[in-house]
Design a protein around this ligand. Sequence first.
Ligand code: AMP
Length: 542
Amino acid sequence: MHRMTQTDFAALGLSEPILRALAARNYTTPTPIQARTIPHLLQGRDLLGIAQTGTGKTAAFALPMLQLLTKSNLRPRPRMPRSLVLAPTRELATQIADSFEAYGKHLHQRVAIVFGGVGQSPQVQALQRGVDVLVATPGRLLDLMQQRHCELGDLEILVLDEADRMLDMGFLPDVRRILQRIPPQRHSLLFSATMPTDITQLANSLLRDPLRVEVTPPAATADRIEQSVHFVKRDKKRDLLVELLSDPQFVRTLVFTRTKHGADRVAKSLSKAGIEAHAIHGNKSQGARERALDGFRDGSAPVLVATDIAARGIDVPEITHVVNFDLPNVPESYVHRIGRTARAGRDGIAISFCDETEQEYLRDIEKLIRKRIPVAGKQAGGGRPAPTEIPRPQATPAKQPVAADAARGGNPWQDRRDDEATDDKAAAAQPAPAPRAVPDRFRPTPRRAPGPYEPDPRQRAPRPEGPPKPRHERQRRSGGRPAMPFAVDPEVRRERDAEHRRPQPQGPAHGHGHGGGRPQGPRHGHGGHHGGGRRGAQGHRG
Ligand code: AMP
């Protein structure tokens, strides 16, 4: 087994000290994104990775980076990191830095981390000592750069991780300002789960002849997840949720809402009904987020209510149930959401509520996953709706429901190329092969008439213009197409706009989403021996 570990990763060209670290973590096989990117990254090729958390993307960039930085063997100068990983949240930045430390434990690369919401002086000191790998959230980094505690003139490698989430959280202007100060000759990697127009443009301006690798999240193979839908009136959703959660089988349940206010409302109504639940979203302080996650992990609060963006960065094993209290308006989000259960080969259960205004969302989801989600508690086509329920609409059957998913193998790291191979097999067993239905990820116009809780998007003020684009970007842009205004659920966007209007607790360029300048909260759940703030002070090896 041990020898096989070494062979698999060794075949990608990784060096012995890295192979040893991987063996210690019991990594036996590279994930598809690792297998497909590492050899090219070791050659210095730029990369566009369309992948989200759970695919093994962190190691896909961290391993070759560690090897390249070791190989060039330059000593970092004070305040001038040799490589930079930009991540949208403190949690993700901490996970990434943890990974660098683990994979690089036999190397001598100094890792430091920088994020808002904590005092800056330990971070300044770490930068002053010299850093090989800097992991940072954009707001605080920009702040430190403006104070001249950090300069990027020596940067050899740059990674933008979860770029679409940075866009969602309003960090793109900060990211662009940071990119303006990076030398043109560097090795660049960009990862994003989705590719909205702004991110495509960013990738075009950043990457030179990039390798493009796209992988689906490991549990996108919806076949391992038992899915069902309740057709339920909007005002009955909370009762239905309480009823479901009274079943002791719901050991650890992640409930998704489309909006932050929705998440708060649902958590409150559950608490009122005697069910311990916390909400987690971008308006919560860092401390509140960590308390919610800790309670969810240790089982004291078995229900976590989250928005899509808040949930994406969290790492909680053994989620038994995912409940889509609201259906997402972007169908891919459904796959990401239900992928939070059934991790690492376990089975999971995903239950969706669909009210009278969400039927089109359901149809889009069924088109994307190419199967019809069974109605809860009924055999296909039979039974009567429960009193809280509304009948399944007849008019919008999913195109070509197929059983192709069932033909998939057990590899949890399934990638899109593998999917296609299996689809071929499934096609042989089917009368009419289904085309790969991958609709536009983000659509330029609203897909339905405004509903009771969605304002008419045409009446909203246009999105405020950001700061001017960096010159090198402007030169490369030819058409200057506007950003797609409806990429995000209008209600979500409205919440976010309101959020941007709120005064920032830490001054203009920093502190987004990092808990309003709270002192260091308790150490969040996983990751072990050292707190993020402490790493800022001491976070290096060698
Ligand atoms: P990521 O997508 O980078 O967030 O990684 C998801 C999880 O998969 C993390 O817990 C990693 O430690 C783990 N992981 C990454 N690569 C491998 C591998 N080749 N074998 C087993 N686990 C892995």
